[in-house]
Design a protein around this ligand. Structure first.
Ligand code: BGC
Length: 739
């Protein structure tokens, strides 16, 4: 054979070998790592620091020319608030065509509970106790957001919140780590799918890492002081669930934790996140949180702030510019190493590659017009809102109302308000798309029904001038429905309240309407637990509608008139008075648990120790019975599993949903343990008379805790297991973990 032929055969053989060993999907990380490293090797220090910088595009899609200049020079890796397919493409073209290394810009935006189709506030959605709904709503949010050029959402917010004074309680899944973890997982899956480079997915960001929800006094941004056990058992689990579900990024929070601000906290950022959990994505600081290390008193100037945050493990700096400004000097002074900078850049580039940004930096502008408010998205928003609303009281079957009732008085400042249902962080939700309760009711009732409307008062101000009109309307109607609560700007960021009462004159409005003697149904439109004792004692029916999103009014009408049977349960305790806060169901027992007859026990002189509504509470138009609690095989070994099962039966006359909840208590342990801890739940739909066996499995993951040596252990001894329809309504059994 001629040498040329040899060469040809050799070439064919090598090509075949290469072809058959092309990296498969599962090997993709290696490929990504190679691309990251190749790029990193070409970057100047300034370009590296540029990747660590995120700047605010100044809202409304306006893009400051100096930011474009930074992108051109490769000095800006990410923006927030820049959106719209056209706008993001325009900005991206500068990065792709005019910058030296053509590293695409990552566009972030707060898509919390919907982009244009707005779903219930996350606290409300958690009340559905159905994480699959959260997965579906975040999938719609991702699809809409991606189509307008947003590739990264600052969500899910997975902060546990035990203090309803804190306005941001509205953004999370409530007070419980187990429920919170389930929703965190679902939301990450919904936003990211299996592959967040897909054209209908976005990169997610679990925030705010960590313990932001424990702000002292419920005052936003305030400091926190928590034991490591409390961090690991209460505040970490939803983040762990998000990381395990593959979340690409986390956001470091504003607060300090035990004296070290979260945005410079090596324990949480490096030891836990990187070393223990093996997180390989990146952390972005919250808005100017790096510079705020100065106010915390951790550092005296911005240069030191940069060193503290970057060395602790915050890779991207949002809005303040300490890394960029002081990075070179810190490097020179050896207070920052090139290895640290490279690691930060590597993490950010890794995510940009995984997001497919390099291969697919632009958004197809043709898709945008058909991407938003699709009929199926609107239908889903209505369904989820209906499944999130909690029936708090329903005496003498006041609800559901008959659709052909002859006259209805729709009253209250939130009866026809288009903004409140969208809640805080309403993405690019538009008031014009909101269905108000008044519109929902009008669309629902028969054409003979007279629906009157009177506002009565505003949410916040002091005027009662509208009361008379509202009272007259109620007097002339068969039934009154009063919509009271909070405005959107009373919840969310920087919206802490020192009172949980209804603001303004709203309670008096309810009292005036109730005084007419007409059946007065109260619908709450609000973003946090409220202390509504008078209403609970007097109104025959109360519906917690939260801030239910675009379709809120339709969903409310579906429930009020019985087309939807409410089945949601509170994901957070409702206190009787703000003075009981913090009040949460999974508290420790104390040495002197409250006893009515014994003064020297843990309680108040001037208020009961029990909440207004317990965690897990919610009614239905039908009734359920939970019976026949059985355990598989007690005792079990510390690493064994236990099966717990109950019968749940619909003993009423309508089809409906029950959320069967399982709690445990470790009776004696080397650390005090909560009186109850949620460790399982299932929402089941049952026809009248239908009975179903519901089964839970408990294992090490549910039975253990972090002991004094900070080891996760299951200790031998007695456990109680409780199953029921709320944290305060359970049947129970015991079992032993063998020693
Ligand atoms: C909030 C974050 C949000 C960020 C960007 C901050 O003020 O705390 O939750 O993602 O702004 O808008």
């Amino acid at each position: 054979m001629k040498p040329a032929r040899y060469l040809l055969i050799l070439f064919a053989f090598v090509s075949l070998l290469l072809l058959t060993t092309t990296p498969s999907q599962s090997q993709r990380p290696t490929n990504v790592e190679q691309r990251v490293n190749a790029l990193l090797a070409q970057m100047t220090l300034e370009e590296k620091l540029g990747q660590l910088q995120q700047l605010d595009g100044e809202g409304n899609g306006n893009f400051r020319p100096e930011h474009l200049e930074l992108i051109r020079k490769g000095l800006l890796g990410s923006t927030l608030n820049v959106r719209g397919a056209q706008r993001t493409n325009q900005v991206q073209r500068v990065a792709m065509n005019e910058s030296r290394l053509k590293i695409p810009v990552l566009f972030g935006f707060d898509v919390i509970h919907g982009y244009r189709t707005i779903f219930p506030i996350p606290l409300g959605e958690a009340a559905s106790w159905d994480p699959s709904l959260a997965e579906r709503s975040t999938a719609v949010a991702a699809q809409e957001a991606n189509n307008v050029g947003v590739r990264w959402t600052f969500a899910p917010m997975v902060d546990i919140a035990r203090d309803p004074r804190w306005g941001r309680i509205t953004e999370g899944a409530g007070e419980d780590p187990y429920l919170g973890a389930a929703f965190a997982r679902a939301r990450v899956r919904g936003f990211q799918g299996n592959d967040y480079s897909a054209p209908d997915k976005v990169l997610a960001c679990a925030k705010h890492w960590v313990a932001y929800g424990a702000a002292e006094g419920g005052r936003d941004y305030n400091t926190t002081d928590l034991s490591e056990n409390t961090l690991r058992e209460i505040y970490f689990p939803p983040f762990k669930a998000a990381v395990d579900a593959g979340v690409g990024t986390l956001m470091s929070s504003f607060n300090a934790i035990n004296g070290v601000p979260a945005s410079a906290n090596a324990f949480t950022l490096t030891k836990v996140l990187r070393d223990e959990w093996k997180f390989d994505g990146f952390v972005v600081s919250d808005y100017t949180a790096v510079r705020e290390l100065i106010n915390h008193g951790l550092v005296g100037n911005e240069q030191d702030a940069a060193a503290a945050a970057l060395n602790a493990g915050v890779e991207m700096e949002m809005v303040s510019r300490s890394y960029n400004t002081f990075g070179p000097k810190l490097l020179e002074q050896k207070r920052l190493s090139m290895a640290t900078i490279d690691e930060a850049v590597r993490r950010i580039l890794r995510i940009k590659f995984r997001l497919g940004l390099f291969d697919n930096p632009y958004t197809d502008e043709a898709r945008e017009p058909n991407a938003l408010l699709r009929p199926e998205s609107i239908r889903l928003a209505r369904e989820i809102a209906g499944r999130s609303m909690v029936l708090l009281k329903n005496d003498r079957e006041t609800l559901p109302l008959n659709k052909s009732v002859s006259s209805i008085a729709v009253i209250g400042p939130l009866a026809d308000d288009r903004r409140a249902p969208l809640g805080w962080w309403a993405g690019d939700g538009k008031e014009e798309n909101t269905v108000t309760p008044l519109a929902g009711i009008r669309a629902k009732v028969s054409s003979q029904t007279k629906v009157g409307y009177a506002k009565g008062c505003e949410v916040k101000d002091d005027s009662t001038a509208g009361f008379q009109e509202a009272v007259n309307l109620a007097k002339g109607s068969d039934v009154a429905i009063v919509f009271v609560g909070e405005t959107a700007d009373m919840v969310g960021e920087a919206a802490s309240r020192s009172s949980l009462d209804l603001p303004g004159r709203q309670l008096e409005l309810v009292q005036a309407i109730h005084g007419t003697g007409k059946p007065t149904i109260v619908v709450l439109v609000n973003g946090r637990p409220l202390s509504i004792g008078w209403i609970v004692n007097n109104a025959p029916a109360i519906l917690e509608s939260w801030m239910g999103g675009t379709e809120s009014g339709n969903a409310i009408a579906d429930i009020l008139f019985g087309d939807v049977n409410p089945g949601a349960k509170l994901p957070v305790t409702f206190p009787r008075t703000v003075g009981q806060v913090p009040i949460y169901y999974n508290h420790m027992n104390t040495g002197r648990p409250p006893e009515a007859e014994n003064r020297y026990t843990s309680k108040y002189l001037d208020a009961p120790w029990t909440p207004l509504f317990p965690f897990g509470f919610g009614l239905s138009y039908t009734n359920f019975k939970i019976t026949n609690l059985q355990l598989s095989a007690p005792p079990i070994q510390a690493d064994g599993t236990l099966t717990v099962s109950v019968d749940v039966e619909n003993v009423g006359k309508r089809a409906g949903d029950e959320v069967v909840q399982l709690y445990i208590r470790d009776v004696v342990a080397t650390m005090t343990r909560p009186v109850k801890e949620l460790k399982g739940f299932q929402r089941v739909t049952l026809q009248p008379g239908e009975k179903r066996r519901v089964t839970f499995v408990l294992d090490r993951e549910q039975l253990g805790f972090w002991n004094r040596e900070m080891r996760y252990v299951v200790e031998p001894g007695e456990f109680r297991v409780m199953v029921g329809s709320s944290s305060a309504d359970v049947i129970e059994a015991k079992f032993e973990v063998a020693g």
